[in-house]
Ligand binder design. Structure first.
Ligand SMILES: NC(=O)c1ccc[n+]([C@@H]2O[C@H](COP(=O)([O-])OP(=O)(O)OC[C@H]3O[C@@H](n4cnc5c(N)ncnc54)[C@H](OP(=O)(O)O)[C@@H]3O)[C@@H](O)[C@H]2O)c1
Length: 207
């Protein structure tokens, strides 16, 4: 629940490619409402989306950014375009699922990519996470081998990290908090042409 307004927290996913669909499946599996948006008219992908993820709510980007918690499931290069959808992201939690693989470090000004994304979403609370699993695995039931798949979370905002940790548990994952964006973020995010230290490229294939 969103305590300040005593209403259910609303969720959206921006991007409905490999990772957006995997996240949508995770929400659908647990019966948690989530809307999805791309640059396209939602009518153009509504019927395909319903076949892939029953119960999904296709919407416009303008509507999707009204959610309390917004998953950013676009290519890293597209994050500034999404960020322009609102002048200020105050009160919103953005879950950065992007990987800046292949993005030159100079383009990031030497910063963790999650910090670059955080700066674009002015006023928002950013949590880096859900980005170390390939879409094919993220889309599967996280209850495996008698345990639960792990998702790593990093944030400079402890409240937001706790909020997304609770959501991850509700989605069936086992969240592990890695600290702030400069510490935890660097462990699980791609830098240039290298994966983060906790991403084992020989075990997980990413697009
Ligand atoms: N694929 C993986 O296994 C994997 C794993 C972990 C993390 N990631 C990360 O997750 C992110 C998404 O990867 P992906 O493989 O899902 O990419 P993808 O298949 O290319 O999907 C990208 C989605 O973003 C949408 N999009 C692009 N620009 C947009 C904008 N300005 N506003 C709204 N929607 C926009 C696209 O929709 P339209 O262009 O149709 O509008 C498309 O649905 C990347 O940062 C990637 O590094 C991927």
């Amino acid at each position: 629940m969103n305590n300040s307004e005593n209403k259910a927290t609303s969720y959206s996913i921006i991007g409905f490619g490999n990772i957006g669909k995997a996240l949508a499946r995770a929400f659908a599996r647990k019966g948690i409402d989530v809307s999805v948006a791309t640059t396209r008219d939602p009518k153009s992908f509504a019927s395909d989306a319903a076949k892939i993820v029953p119960g999904i709510i296709p919407t416009t980007l303008a509507e999707a950014v009204k959610a309390d918690v917004i998953f950013l499931a676009v290519r890293f290069e597209s994050h500034p375009d999404v960020a322009k959808a609102l002048p200020n992201w105050q009160g919103k939690t953005i879950v950065d699922v992007t990987n800046a693989y292949g993005v030159p470090l100079e383009q990031l000004g030497g910063q963790p990519s999650a910090r670059v994304v955080a700066q674009a979403f002015t006023g928002g609370k950013l949590v880096k996470g859900f980005n170390h699993l390939g879409a094919a695995i993220l889309g599967q039931d996280p209850a495996v081998h008698g345990g639960r798949r792990v998702v790593f979370l990093s944030s400079d905002d402890d409240g937001a990290a706790a909020e997304i940790g609770a959501l991850a548990e509700n989605l069936g994952f086992s969240p592990i908090k890695l600290g702030g964006l400069s510490e935890g973020g660097l462990l699980v995010q791609a830098r240039g042409n290298s994966w983060g230290q906790l991403i084992f490229k020989d075990l997980v294939k990413f697009d």
